[in-house]
Design a protein around this ligand. Structure first.
Ligand code: SF4
Length: 361
């Protein structure tokens, strides 16, 4: 039995309708929400979405922005490659598409940071195209409904899920008769995955497609989709230097590419390097150092143990200026101005904690 008619009818009554990005068919706004929602919960995205649109109300404004301005708006949302691709994509839309997003999934997928599922979501929401989505939540719905075994992140299983996603699209006839069919169906799939067909304890009794769901029929909702084979992540360790002089902290602007690219952060040293030597090499006079407890931050590809070291300094006049002259990426930043800087979430958390405990002032 086809799932599309049931899902469309269910979405109209029980689906989500009040999310800020649902009130528009503007591809810029839909695209921004789709990128922000990758690997990130709706609740975490809401404020970022509103702030980002205020700073960059259209694709041209985003294309014209400087990288640090974009990164500052993204800081704390994580997976920073998304922000770099977002910026690159806006520039491509302006340079290659005269500032208007292309209107088909096939063209959208050629832009930086837009994968096949995101391209299909934008095309379905904004232009009513019959294009299949397959994000993490939707994979779970199809794996359960079709009883598809195996890790959905593997190529073979993903291919099966794509076949199912395409087969289950609303018919061409349904789309001709109802201009909103694709947008409602696509939203319905997303809503089902987010609200009923959840990772644990799915609410099958309320599900519009429960009558022919294999996982439910076979009592296997706990087993499907099959668990991902966990990779053991490599371990790395670094020290970070909190060089401090009264009222100021030394921050470094990271290069545009790489981990935390384009963000402000604390200078990073290899774990066994001397923070005192580092500060002395900058022309700072070190009065005291204090090592804080290490903490762990997990990136997609490795686990990083970070040991913060507070280095109290008095700076001679030559290096006490806003910019620390011996290394142009380093700047003395007023502690009161830290909020305005785009900092990675764990660094912001560390600094805010130390400031509120009066360790830094
Ligand atoms: S019946 Fe249950 S497991 Fe099957 S799709 Fe619906 S919510 Fe998911």
């Amino acid at each position: 039995m086809r799932i599309a008619p049931r899902l469309i009818a269910w979405q109209r009554v029980h689906g989500r309708h009040g999310l800020p990005w649902q009130q528009t068919r503007d591809p810029y706004r839909v695209w921004l929400s789709e990128i922000m929602l990758q690997q990130t919960q709706v609740a975490a995205v809401m404020d970022y979405y509103a702030r980002f649109l205020k700073a960059f109300p259209n694709v041209k404004k985003l294309a014209q922005a400087k990288t640090p301005e974009v990164m500052a708006q993204w800081a704390g949302l994580g997976y920073y490659a998304r922000a770099r691709n977002l910026h690159a994509c806006a520039q491509r839309v302006v340079s290659d598409w005269a500032g208007s997003f292309p209107t088909t999934a096939q063209e959208l997928v050629t832009l930086p940071g837009i994968g096949p599922s995101t391209a299909a979501a934008i095309a379905a929401f904004c232009f009513g195209e019959r294009a299949a989505i397959l994000d993490g939540n939707v994979k779970r719905v199809f794996a359960r409904h079709g009883g598809i075994e195996g890790d959905p992140s593997t190529r073979a299983v993903e291919q099966q899920l794509w076949v199912m996603a395409r087969e289950q699209l609303p018919s061409a006839r349904a789309c001709n008769e109802d201009a909103n069919a694709m947008a409602t169906y696509t939203q319905g799939l997303m809503d089902l995955g987010a609200t009923l067909c959840t990772r644990s304890r799915p609410r099958c009794q309320d599900c519009p497609i429960h009558s022919d769901c294999r996982a439910r029929q076979e009592g296997r909702t706990d087993e499907l989709p099959s668990a991902r084979t966990r990779k053991i992540l490599p371990e790395r360790s670094v020290a970070i230097v909190l060089a401090h002089r009264p009222g100021h902290i030394l921050l470094e602007q990271r290069p545009d590419t790489g981990i935390w690219g384009g963000l402000w952060s604390l200078p990073e040293l290899s774990a066994d390097a001397s923070s005192t030597d580092f500060c002395t090499s900058l022309g700072l006079h070190v009065t005291k150092t204090e090592q804080l407890p290490a903490f762990l931050h997990v990136f997609t590809h490795y686990r990083l143990t970070i040991t913060p070291v507070i280095v109290r300094t008095t700076a001679p006049k030559s290096s006490a200026t806003e910019q620390c002259l011996s290394k142009p990426t380093l700047h003395w930043i007023k502690i009161s101005a830290i909020d305005s800087k785009g900092l990675p979430a764990p660094i912001r958390k560390l600094l805010v904690g130390l400031i509120s405990d009066n360790v830094l002032r």
